[in-house]
Ligand binder design. Sequence first.
Ligand code: ADP
Length: 581
Amino acid sequence: MLKRIYLLVAAVTFIAVLITGFVAFDVVSQYNDQAAHRYLESMSRLAEKYIAEGSDVKIAADSSVAVFSNSTADLRITIVKRDGTVAYDNQADAAGMDNHSDRPEIAYAARTGEIGSAIRSSDTIGQDMLYLALPTDELIIRTSMPLNAHKSALYSLVRTSVIVLLLVIAVLALTGLILVKYITRPLKDLHETAIAMRDGDLSARVLIPDDDSNEMSSLALTYNSMAEKLENTLEELADRKARLDAILDSIVDPVLAVGERCAVTFMNAHAKNVFGRNIDPEQAVYPLVLITHSQATEELAEEAMETSTTVSEELRIKSEDGEKFYHVIASPIRAGSKDGAIITFHDISQARLAQKMRSDFVANVTHELRTPLTSIRGFVETLRNGAVNKPDVANRFLEIIDIEAERLHQLINDILILAEIEQQNSSVDSERFDLNELIDDVAVLLDDIASEKRVSIAVEQDEGDLLVSASRNRIEQIMLNLTENAIKYNNEGGHVYISACRTAEDEIKIVVRDDGPGIAKEHQERIFERFYRVDRSHSRDAGGTGLGLAIVKHIAQLYQGKAEVRSNPGEGSEFTITLAI
Ligand code: ADP
């Protein structure tokens, strides 16, 4: 750029000098012509004056030449008569000269009576001459001089012009070189810094020239302050983005952003985990459906973008942990001129499961309550219809009604216990007691039922106390439910073994073992569910509610523990409860 400007200036200067030279040449040339005219005219007038004073033409002519002659001007004078014959010539023999009436300047002077002039090559001298013819009454005085005489001044002017021109070019070239170096170095530096910044080195700065008062210095200073601002702004932006990413990553729900044609533009850390895709949307385009495998999610995002409203739906979506229910919310966002949507996935699988369990539970409870109630109402009806008058029958019916009422009572009791456990936490009514003592109490309490079935209860415990801190009632409930089951579902003459020990500083293990019929593998997982029984009628006959093991499991969970069963059909069952008490 600078080189081009410099070349332009040089060209303009060159042309200007050239034009000035030509104009000067022309002006000087005209001036010289006029001066030559005046010179010759003056000489002619002097000769005219001498002739008029009576001098001989030769003397008059030579005297005039002598007055005007100088070293540079080779002057010639020719006195011509009106008829054209030459009377005298200071440079040639007049007798040998031809008639001059046809010479243009002489012809003109003779014809008009005014001074005539002409430039042409002289036949006599053989070079370009300026001729001037002054008419008098009888003669025509013609004077002439070689053009070279005054042109030499012009040539010297041209020579001087050329020298000046060359000097100007030399000076221009020199100053140009210095200027180019002086201006382009900082510009080059500026260019290199800009490239470094473009390539990511935001700390690159321009060197400030020593002379800090010129334009380049102020340009460099301005550039550096602009670079400083740019670096700060970019750092601030990167900082903000990092903070925003951290916020979005800390959200426990998966969050996705989509742009045009539902292409994913952002995924938070949870979205990457849940959908098992560690992608970088800035590197490539990923369609939403490829990430979520859910057409419904894509349609929801499109609806949010089209209607500019937040829309939501409960959808079943495949995740890394299998199919789950999500409350998917799509909200429209406007990033620049482009439409987009932000989609959040709130996992409602647990809530759904809890909801299902609640409705299953209500259905089960209703069913379990209805069975004894129907039975009671049936027997009451039968009694009313006359059976009351038959004492034997009436007594049997009343006994059944009593058993059913007891079953209802037991059922309601168990439901209330479960409800209580679910609402409680382990710290409520915690007390310090001896677990060995509690086990002995339970064995005594169930002794009658055991004897009825000829089942023996053996308590296997170490000497001394086994002190624990927990709710005595809850732990007693565990022991009662497990031991009662071990008796209830045992064979006649069977055995039940109860033991408890401390396995860690804060862990107790309770084991209730029997040598009854055992539990088949497929039931072992499910017997801790509410109302699950292996054999419904057996459980009913044995007075079971189907909630005993569910209560055991919930109490164990209350103490950060677990309830497990190990059993082989025909070899008995072993229930192990671990509790952090
Ligand atoms: P129930 O009130 O019917 O006893 P539980 O929740 O206590 O309900 O037990 C669930 C089911 O597990 C029982 O119906 C029974 O079929 C089975 N079960 C529990 N304990 C034993 C055991 N010791 N031996 C064999 N089966 C058992």
